[in-house]
Design a protein around this ligand. Sequence first.
Ligand code: ZN
Length: 219
Amino acid sequence: MPLLRSWKCTETGCYKHIAPLGLRRNGAPAQEILTPLLGGVGMGKAPVVSIVPLNRNLNKEEKIWQYLEDVYDPEIPVLSVVDLGVVRNVQLQDDKVLVTITPTYSGCPAMNTIATEIRLKLLGEGFKEVAVDTQLSPAWTTDWLSEAGKEKLEAYGIAPPVEPTGNVNALFGKDVTVRCPLCKSENTKLISQFGSTSCKALYQCQECLEPFDYFKCLK
Ligand SMILES: [Zn+2]
C-alpha cells in the first residue's frame, strides 16, 4: 500500500498508516487508521496515533497529577488527595502551577495542611511557583472519592460510603447497609453518628464485634 502515509505512534513507538486525503472518496474520517503495521492490534492496548502535535503542557500537567498521588490526606493517610477527589484542577503556565482544591466540607481543618503538602511536594519536584486555590462550589461529595480510594479505605478499616449521595438518612448513617471492613459481614449496627472525625460515623459489627468508622455520604 504505497499510497498510505506513515505515522509513528507516540505511545508505543510503532508505525501506523493512514490514507492521504486523495484516497478517501468514501467519506472516511481524515484520521482513520487503515493498517496498523506493527503492534496495536491484539496487543491488549488500543493504538494511539497523534496527528496533532503533542501539547507539552498537557504532559507536564499529567505529571503533576501523578505527583499529587503522593500527597496524602492527613486524616486518612492511605488516601491521596487525588483518591479523595479534592483536587479539581491543575494548570501550568510557564513554570507556575495552579492547583485548585475543594475542601471535603467547609471549615475542614485538614485543608490547610493539604494545601501546604501540595505546595511542598511540587516545589520539591522542581516547580518554581506553586499556588493552591480553594474552590467551594460545587461542593465536594463522597461521589468524588475514586474507586481506588474506596478500596483503600476499606483495606484501612474504614467502611466506604455506600449510598448515592443526597439521601438524608445516608447523611446520618441510618438505614444504609454498611459492610464490616474486617469480616465483610453486613450485620452491622450504628453506634454513634460521629466517629473519630465528624465526617465519619461509628459502627459495630455484630459478627466479629469490631467497632469501625464508616465514611458517611456527604452532599
Ligand atoms: Zn466484622
